[in-house]
Design a protein around this ligand. Structure first.
Ligand code: SAM
Ligand code: DTB
Ligand code: SF4
Length: 332
Protein backbone atom coordinates (compact mmCIF):
# COMPACT_ATOMS: atom_id res chain seq x y z
CA UNK A 1 0.00 0.00 0.00
CA UNK A 2 1.25 3.48 -0.81
CA UNK A 3 1.77 5.52 2.34
CA UNK A 4 0.44 8.58 0.59
CA UNK A 5 -2.63 6.79 -0.70
CA UNK A 6 -4.20 5.94 2.66
CA UNK A 7 -7.40 8.00 2.77
CA UNK A 8 -7.60 10.18 5.84
CA UNK A 9 -9.73 13.24 5.79
CA UNK A 10 -9.08 14.85 9.13
CA UNK A 11 -5.36 15.34 8.62
CA UNK A 12 -3.37 16.43 5.63
CA UNK A 13 -1.67 13.20 4.46
CA UNK A 14 2.08 13.31 4.74
CA UNK A 15 3.34 12.02 1.43
CA UNK A 16 6.44 9.96 0.81
CA UNK A 17 8.83 11.64 -1.65
CA UNK A 18 7.90 10.50 -5.17
CA UNK A 19 11.45 9.86 -6.38
CA UNK A 20 14.55 8.61 -4.60
CA UNK A 21 16.29 11.88 -5.36
CA UNK A 22 13.62 13.80 -3.47
CA UNK A 23 14.20 14.34 0.18
CA UNK A 24 11.92 13.88 3.15
CA UNK A 25 11.08 17.28 4.56
CA UNK A 26 11.20 17.67 8.34
CA UNK A 27 7.67 19.14 8.17
CA UNK A 28 6.33 16.02 6.44
CA UNK A 29 7.90 13.79 9.06
CA UNK A 30 6.52 15.96 11.82
CA UNK A 31 3.06 15.68 10.18
CA UNK A 32 3.41 11.90 10.39
CA UNK A 33 4.45 12.12 14.05
CA UNK A 34 1.30 14.14 14.71
CA UNK A 35 -1.18 11.69 13.16
CA UNK A 36 -3.72 10.05 15.46
CA UNK A 37 -1.83 7.09 16.94
CA UNK A 38 -4.06 4.36 15.41
CA UNK A 39 -3.71 5.93 11.96
CA UNK A 40 0.07 6.24 12.33
CA UNK A 41 0.40 2.62 13.49
CA UNK A 42 -1.87 1.43 10.68
CA UNK A 43 0.33 3.15 8.11
CA UNK A 44 3.53 1.82 9.69
CA UNK A 45 2.20 -1.74 9.92
CA UNK A 46 1.00 -1.57 6.29
CA UNK A 47 4.48 -0.52 5.14
CA UNK A 48 6.08 -3.14 7.36
CA UNK A 49 4.07 -5.96 5.75
CA UNK A 50 5.18 -4.97 2.27
CA UNK A 51 8.77 -5.86 3.10
CA UNK A 52 8.87 -8.14 6.14
CA UNK A 53 7.19 -11.03 7.85
CA UNK A 54 5.48 -9.07 10.66
CA UNK A 55 6.00 -11.98 13.07
CA UNK A 56 9.79 -12.10 12.73
CA UNK A 57 12.19 -10.29 15.07
CA UNK A 58 15.95 -10.14 14.60
CA UNK A 59 18.09 -10.87 17.67
CA UNK A 60 21.50 -9.17 17.92
CA UNK A 61 23.79 -9.46 20.93
CA UNK A 62 26.05 -6.64 22.06
CA UNK A 63 29.55 -7.10 23.38
CA UNK A 64 31.72 -4.33 24.78
CA UNK A 65 35.21 -5.27 23.57
CA UNK A 66 36.81 -2.14 25.02
CA UNK A 67 34.96 -0.47 27.87
CA UNK A 68 35.25 3.07 29.25
CA UNK A 69 37.92 5.75 29.21
CA UNK A 70 36.58 7.44 26.06
CA UNK A 71 37.82 10.99 25.38
CA UNK A 72 34.54 12.14 23.77
CA UNK A 73 31.98 14.06 25.83
CA UNK A 74 28.68 12.54 24.58
CA UNK A 75 26.28 13.72 27.29
CA UNK A 76 24.37 10.43 27.47
CA UNK A 77 27.33 8.10 27.73
CA UNK A 78 28.59 6.34 30.85
CA UNK A 79 31.89 5.56 29.09
CA UNK A 80 33.10 9.14 28.67
CA UNK A 81 36.10 10.21 30.80
CA UNK A 82 34.37 13.57 31.25
CA UNK A 83 31.81 12.13 33.68
CA UNK A 84 32.14 10.22 36.92
CA UNK A 85 29.75 7.31 36.53
CA UNK A 86 31.76 4.83 38.60
CA UNK A 87 32.56 2.79 35.49
CA UNK A 88 36.01 1.24 35.41
CA UNK A 89 37.87 1.43 32.11
CA UNK A 90 39.08 -1.94 30.84
CA UNK A 91 41.55 -3.30 28.28
CA UNK A 92 40.49 -4.69 24.93
CA UNK A 93 39.01 -8.20 25.17
CA UNK A 94 41.14 -11.02 23.80
CA UNK A 95 40.19 -13.32 20.99
CA UNK A 96 39.44 -16.34 23.20
CA UNK A 97 36.95 -14.38 25.31
CA UNK A 98 35.30 -12.88 22.23
CA UNK A 99 34.94 -16.29 20.61
CA UNK A 100 33.36 -17.65 23.79
CA UNK A 101 30.91 -14.73 23.85
CA UNK A 102 30.05 -15.29 20.18
CA UNK A 103 29.43 -18.99 20.76
CA UNK A 104 27.22 -18.22 23.75
CA UNK A 105 25.27 -15.63 21.76
CA UNK A 106 24.74 -18.09 18.94
CA UNK A 107 23.69 -20.86 21.31
CA UNK A 108 21.06 -18.62 22.86
CA UNK A 109 19.59 -17.75 19.45
CA UNK A 110 21.22 -14.48 18.31
CA UNK A 111 22.09 -14.09 14.62
CA UNK A 112 24.45 -11.13 14.98
CA UNK A 113 27.18 -10.02 17.35
CA UNK A 114 27.75 -6.30 17.62
CA UNK A 115 31.14 -5.41 19.10
CA UNK A 116 31.42 -1.95 20.63
CA UNK A 117 34.52 -0.05 21.68
CA UNK A 118 34.71 3.19 23.67
CA UNK A 119 36.94 4.95 21.18
CA UNK A 120 36.71 8.34 19.51
CA UNK A 121 38.39 6.65 16.57
CA UNK A 122 40.41 3.42 16.42
CA UNK A 123 44.16 3.40 15.74
CA UNK A 124 45.35 1.31 12.81
CA UNK A 125 46.76 -1.29 15.20
CA UNK A 126 43.32 -1.55 16.86
CA UNK A 127 41.81 -2.30 13.46
CA UNK A 128 44.25 -5.21 13.01
CA UNK A 129 43.08 -6.68 16.32
CA UNK A 130 39.40 -6.09 15.56
CA UNK A 131 39.87 -7.77 12.15
CA UNK A 132 40.94 -10.93 13.99
CA UNK A 133 37.84 -10.71 16.19
CA UNK A 134 35.58 -10.26 13.16
CA UNK A 135 37.01 -13.40 11.52
CA UNK A 136 36.35 -15.30 14.73
CA UNK A 137 32.73 -14.12 14.94
CA UNK A 138 32.14 -15.05 11.30
CA UNK A 139 33.72 -18.44 11.93
CA UNK A 140 31.19 -19.07 14.70
CA UNK A 141 28.45 -18.45 12.12
CA UNK A 142 27.14 -15.06 13.18
CA UNK A 143 26.79 -11.81 11.28
CA UNK A 144 29.37 -9.33 12.52
CA UNK A 145 28.76 -5.69 13.39
CA UNK A 146 31.19 -3.21 14.94
CA UNK A 147 30.85 0.23 16.46
CA UNK A 148 34.29 1.71 17.02
CA UNK A 149 33.87 5.45 16.42
CA UNK A 150 35.12 7.46 13.44
CA UNK A 151 36.90 5.58 10.63
CA UNK A 152 39.34 6.52 7.89
CA UNK A 153 38.88 5.17 4.34
CA UNK A 154 41.58 2.54 4.78
CA UNK A 155 40.22 1.42 8.15
CA UNK A 156 36.74 0.96 6.67
CA UNK A 157 38.27 -1.03 3.82
CA UNK A 158 40.23 -3.24 6.24
CA UNK A 159 37.07 -4.00 8.25
CA UNK A 160 35.22 -4.91 5.07
CA UNK A 161 38.06 -7.20 4.01
CA UNK A 162 37.95 -8.94 7.40
CA UNK A 163 34.31 -9.80 6.66
CA UNK A 164 32.44 -7.15 8.65
CA UNK A 165 28.78 -7.11 7.62
CA UNK A 166 27.53 -3.96 9.41
CA UNK A 167 29.11 -0.86 10.87
CA UNK A 168 27.12 1.00 13.52
CA UNK A 169 27.64 4.73 13.76
CA UNK A 170 24.73 6.81 15.02
CA UNK A 171 23.72 10.36 14.17
CA UNK A 172 22.17 10.35 17.66
CA UNK A 173 19.95 13.44 17.29
CA UNK A 174 18.93 16.26 14.94
CA UNK A 175 21.69 18.59 13.70
CA UNK A 176 20.19 21.52 15.63
CA UNK A 177 20.10 19.54 18.91
CA UNK A 178 23.54 17.97 18.48
CA UNK A 179 25.60 20.76 20.06
CA UNK A 180 23.64 20.44 23.31
CA UNK A 181 24.73 16.79 23.60
CA UNK A 182 28.27 16.52 22.20
CA UNK A 183 31.01 19.10 21.67
CA UNK A 184 34.07 16.97 20.86
CA UNK A 185 33.04 15.97 17.32
CA UNK A 186 30.54 17.43 14.94
CA UNK A 187 27.68 16.16 12.83
CA UNK A 188 29.69 16.28 9.63
CA UNK A 189 32.33 13.97 11.17
CA UNK A 190 29.59 11.40 11.65
CA UNK A 191 28.26 11.81 8.11
CA UNK A 192 31.81 11.44 6.77
CA UNK A 193 32.32 8.14 8.60
CA UNK A 194 28.97 6.87 7.33
CA UNK A 195 30.03 7.73 3.76
CA UNK A 196 33.31 5.82 4.23
CA UNK A 197 31.44 2.77 5.51
CA UNK A 198 29.18 2.88 2.44
CA UNK A 199 32.12 3.41 0.11
CA UNK A 200 33.84 0.34 1.56
CA UNK A 201 30.76 -1.73 0.75
CA UNK A 202 29.49 -2.51 4.25
CA UNK A 203 25.89 -2.26 5.38
CA UNK A 204 25.14 0.78 7.51
CA UNK A 205 23.56 0.61 10.96
CA UNK A 206 22.68 4.16 11.95
CA UNK A 207 20.07 5.62 14.27
CA UNK A 208 19.79 7.75 17.33
CA UNK A 209 18.58 8.31 20.85
CA UNK A 210 15.14 9.53 21.83
CA UNK A 211 14.36 11.06 25.22
CA UNK A 212 17.32 13.44 25.59
CA UNK A 213 15.02 16.44 26.09
CA UNK A 214 14.62 17.05 22.36
CA UNK A 215 11.48 18.54 20.82
CA UNK A 216 9.16 16.68 18.46
CA UNK A 217 10.52 18.77 15.60
CA UNK A 218 14.02 17.65 16.54
CA UNK A 219 12.91 14.01 16.55
CA UNK A 220 11.50 14.63 13.07
CA UNK A 221 14.84 16.22 12.16
CA UNK A 222 16.77 13.10 13.22
CA UNK A 223 14.47 10.82 11.21
CA UNK A 224 14.79 13.13 8.19
CA UNK A 225 18.57 12.96 8.36
CA UNK A 226 18.47 9.15 8.48
CA UNK A 227 15.81 8.73 5.80
CA UNK A 228 17.60 11.16 3.46
CA UNK A 229 20.89 9.28 3.55
CA UNK A 230 21.24 7.88 0.05
CA UNK A 231 20.67 4.99 0.38
CA UNK A 232 19.09 5.03 3.82
CA UNK A 233 20.66 2.68 6.43
CA UNK A 234 19.87 -1.04 6.28
CA UNK A 235 19.56 -1.02 10.06
CA UNK A 236 18.16 1.82 12.20
CA UNK A 237 18.57 1.58 15.98
CA UNK A 238 16.13 3.74 17.90
CA UNK A 239 17.47 3.94 21.44
CA UNK A 240 15.58 5.34 24.39
CA UNK A 241 18.03 7.20 26.60
CA UNK A 242 19.30 5.03 29.44
CA UNK A 243 19.83 7.62 32.15
CA UNK A 244 23.10 6.98 33.93
CA UNK A 245 23.96 8.78 37.14
CA UNK A 246 26.94 11.07 36.69
CA UNK A 247 26.17 11.91 33.05
CA UNK A 248 24.75 15.36 32.19
CA UNK A 249 21.51 13.76 30.98
CA UNK A 250 20.90 11.73 34.14
CA UNK A 251 17.99 13.90 35.26
CA UNK A 252 16.35 14.78 31.96
CA UNK A 253 12.53 14.43 31.92
CA UNK A 254 11.12 11.08 30.77
CA UNK A 255 9.78 11.00 27.24
CA UNK A 256 6.09 10.13 26.80
CA UNK A 257 6.15 6.41 25.91
CA UNK A 258 3.70 6.98 23.04
CA UNK A 259 6.10 9.50 21.55
CA UNK A 260 8.70 6.75 21.48
CA UNK A 261 6.25 4.46 19.65
CA UNK A 262 5.52 7.27 17.19
CA UNK A 263 9.23 7.64 16.46
CA UNK A 264 9.50 3.91 15.71
CA UNK A 265 6.47 4.10 13.40
CA UNK A 266 7.84 7.06 11.50
CA UNK A 267 11.23 5.36 11.09
CA UNK A 268 9.38 2.37 9.62
CA UNK A 269 7.36 4.51 7.20
CA UNK A 270 10.29 6.59 5.99
CA UNK A 271 12.77 3.69 5.75
CA UNK A 272 10.49 0.84 4.63
CA UNK A 273 13.13 -1.82 3.98
CA UNK A 274 15.36 -1.11 6.99
CA UNK A 275 15.48 -3.23 10.08
CA UNK A 276 14.10 -0.84 12.69
CA UNK A 277 15.69 -1.74 15.97
CA UNK A 278 14.06 -1.31 19.35
CA UNK A 279 17.44 -0.78 20.96
CA UNK A 280 18.60 0.59 24.32
CA UNK A 281 16.00 1.37 26.97
CA UNK A 282 13.95 -1.84 26.98
CA UNK A 283 14.82 -2.61 30.56
CA UNK A 284 12.84 0.39 31.72
CA UNK A 285 10.01 -0.28 29.25
CA UNK A 286 6.80 -2.13 30.05
CA UNK A 287 6.37 -5.24 27.90
CA UNK A 288 3.08 -3.85 26.56
CA UNK A 289 4.99 -0.84 25.26
CA UNK A 290 7.56 -3.09 23.61
CA UNK A 291 4.69 -5.00 21.98
CA UNK A 292 3.32 -1.71 20.65
CA UNK A 293 6.76 -0.92 19.20
CA UNK A 294 6.69 -4.25 17.31
CA UNK A 295 3.22 -3.41 16.00
CA UNK A 296 4.60 -0.01 14.93
CA UNK A 297 7.26 -1.70 12.81
CA UNK A 298 10.24 -2.49 15.03
CA UNK A 299 11.70 -5.85 13.99
CA UNK A 300 15.02 -6.14 15.75
CA UNK A 301 16.17 -6.06 19.38
CA UNK A 302 19.35 -6.29 21.40
CA UNK A 303 19.22 -9.69 22.99
CA UNK A 304 21.28 -10.69 26.02
CA UNK A 305 21.43 -9.59 29.62
CA UNK A 306 23.66 -6.58 28.97
CA UNK A 307 23.89 -3.76 26.44
CA UNK A 308 27.43 -2.31 26.52
CA UNK A 309 27.65 -1.24 30.15
CA UNK A 310 24.01 -1.08 31.26
CA UNK A 311 21.32 -3.71 31.66
CA UNK A 312 18.97 -5.27 29.14
CA UNK A 313 16.07 -7.67 29.82
CA UNK A 314 17.26 -11.22 30.53
CA UNK A 315 17.39 -13.41 27.44
CA UNK A 316 14.98 -15.88 28.98
CA UNK A 317 12.48 -13.12 29.63
CA UNK A 318 12.75 -11.93 26.03
CA UNK A 319 12.19 -15.43 24.72
CA UNK A 320 9.08 -15.63 26.86
CA UNK A 321 7.89 -12.24 25.64
CA UNK A 322 8.32 -13.20 21.99
CA UNK A 323 6.44 -16.42 22.63
CA UNK A 324 3.57 -14.62 24.34
CA UNK A 325 3.32 -12.27 21.36
CA UNK A 326 3.52 -15.11 18.82
CA UNK A 327 6.74 -13.70 17.38
CA UNK A 328 9.66 -15.73 16.10
CA UNK A 329 13.32 -15.15 15.41
CA UNK A 330 15.40 -16.36 12.51
CA UNK A 331 18.01 -19.02 13.30
CA UNK A 332 21.68 -18.33 12.53
N1 SAM B 1 32.35 4.98 20.68
C1 SAM B 1 31.64 4.64 19.52
C2 SAM B 1 30.75 5.74 19.03
O1 SAM B 1 30.26 6.54 19.80
O2 SAM B 1 30.51 5.79 17.81
C3 SAM B 1 30.82 3.38 19.65
C4 SAM B 1 30.09 3.04 20.94
S1 SAM B 1 28.79 4.13 21.42
C5 SAM B 1 28.47 3.59 23.06
C6 SAM B 1 27.43 3.62 20.40
C7 SAM B 1 26.11 4.31 20.58
O3 SAM B 1 25.49 3.89 21.78
C8 SAM B 1 26.07 5.82 20.69
O4 SAM B 1 26.18 6.46 19.46
C9 SAM B 1 24.70 6.05 21.28
O5 SAM B 1 23.73 6.21 20.26
C10 SAM B 1 24.43 4.77 22.06
N2 SAM B 1 24.38 5.06 23.51
C11 SAM B 1 25.42 5.29 24.32
N3 SAM B 1 25.02 5.55 25.58
C12 SAM B 1 23.67 5.46 25.58
C13 SAM B 1 22.66 5.65 26.57
N4 SAM B 1 22.98 5.98 27.82
N5 SAM B 1 21.37 5.49 26.22
C14 SAM B 1 21.05 5.16 24.94
N6 SAM B 1 21.96 4.99 23.95
C15 SAM B 1 23.24 5.15 24.26
C1 DTB C 1 23.11 1.46 19.42
O1 DTB C 1 22.45 2.22 18.71
N1 DTB C 1 22.80 1.17 20.69
C2 DTB C 1 23.78 0.27 21.25
C3 DTB C 1 24.68 -0.07 20.04
N2 DTB C 1 24.18 0.80 19.03
C4 DTB C 1 26.12 -0.02 20.17
C5 DTB C 1 24.47 0.79 22.46
C6 DTB C 1 23.54 1.14 23.61
C7 DTB C 1 24.34 1.54 24.77
C8 DTB C 1 23.52 1.83 25.97
C9 DTB C 1 24.34 2.28 27.12
C10 DTB C 1 25.35 1.27 27.62
O2 DTB C 1 24.98 0.09 27.85
O3 DTB C 1 26.50 1.66 27.83
FE1 SF4 D 1 32.79 7.59 23.54
FE2 SF4 D 1 31.00 6.42 21.96
FE3 SF4 D 1 30.44 6.98 24.55
FE4 SF4 D 1 30.64 8.98 22.83
S1 SF4 D 1 29.12 7.33 22.78
S2 SF4 D 1 31.57 8.90 24.88
S3 SF4 D 1 32.25 8.23 21.47
S4 SF4 D 1 31.94 5.54 23.80
Amino acid sequence: MDVAATPITFHKPAAAPAAAAERWRVADIQALLELPLPELIHRAQSVHRQHFDPAEIELATLLSIKTGGCPEDCGYCPQSVHYDTGLEAGKMMDVVAVRAAAEAAKASGATRLCMGAAWRAPKDRDIDKVATLIREVKDVGLEACCTLGMLSDSQAQALKEAGLDYYNHNLDTAPEAYGRIITTRDYQDRLDTLARVRQAGMSVCCGGIVGMGESRTERAGLIAQLANLDPYPESVPINELVKVEGTPLADVDDIDPFEFVRTIAVARITMPKAKVRLSAGRQQMHEALQALCFVAGANSIFYGDKLLTTGNPEAERDRALLKRLGLTSRQA
